[in-house]
Ligand binder design. Structure first.
Ligand SMILES: [Mg+2]
Length: 230
């Protein structure tokens, strides 16, 4: 019998695909701006815009759309025409309407875990978009709570897990070492990293830490097995 009572789960790239839609959007932006900048230079400018904008505007598609617009204005020296602006806004709108594509085994594993643990979805991003995705995913039933937060600090996990099973009896599953696993472990909970094929540059860490409450899993089934043995 596991000592874990509460499991926190990240959403984007842990339950469903996300980063790949941002990569697709970046490719579309590259097409719009092809006369002004090469694809690889664009990637660097866009990343810098996001680095600057995320602390002010937060995570998610709206903030990303403004970063695309900022990038377009910068690389065109402010001479971007209205048609291109419309195209960029449409890229953002399309992302907001994108269907939710679950990662393999997620629905079954969540259902099974929900019999033994209290499941809490812990995600950052746009409130409206994240609520839409939870609704469209049909995973909402397996969660007793959904927490949409602006940032994932150790205090974030302290306050969420403190309200449920307590930190020592809580585990966090997520694809980001930086946001999902490290701060949860630092707060006193357990952390299970399930990598996704792509990691957003702003979520990368240089070294994977070693810690007795930190685990690496191949997929969500493996993560559930690890937690069952804690
Ligand atoms: Mg994620």
């Amino acid at each position: 019998m596991s000592s874990i009572k509460t499991i926190g789960l990240d959403a984007d790239d842990t339950l469903w695909h996300n980063e790949r839609f941002f990569s697709e959007a970046q490719n579309m932006l590259a097409d719009v701006l092809s006369e002004h900048i090469t694809d690889s230079d664009l990637a660097a400018v866009l990343l810098e815009m996001q680095r600057k904008n995320v602390p002010i505007m937060g995570y998610g598609i709206k903030s990303f759309t403004l970063s695309m617009m900022d990038t377009a204005l910068a690389v065109s020296n402010g001479k971007l025409d209205a048609a291109a602006m419309v195209q960029i806004l449409d890229i953002g709108r399309e992302m907001m309407a994108h269907p939710v594509e679950l990662l393999p085994a997620v629905a079954d594993t969540l259902e099974k875990m929900s019999h033994n643990y209290e499941l809490v979805l812990i995600t950052k991003g746009d409130l409206v978009d994240q609520e839409r995705k939870v609704h469209m995913s049909d995973l909402g039933n397996w969660f007793s709570h959904v927490e949409i937060v602006s940032e994932k600090h150790p205090q974030t996990y302290q306050s969420i897990f403190g309200r449920f099973g307590g930190l020592a009896n809580s585990a966090m599953i997520g694809n980001s070492v930086k946001s999902d696993v490290l701060p949860a472990v630092q707060a006193g909970a357990w952390g299970i990293h399930v990598p996704y094929s792509v990691t957003w540059e702003l979520e990368t860490v240089e070294t994977i830490p070693e810690h007795p409450r930190y685990f690496e899993a191949d997929d969500i089934i493996h993560a559930a097995n690890i937690i069952a043995n804690i």
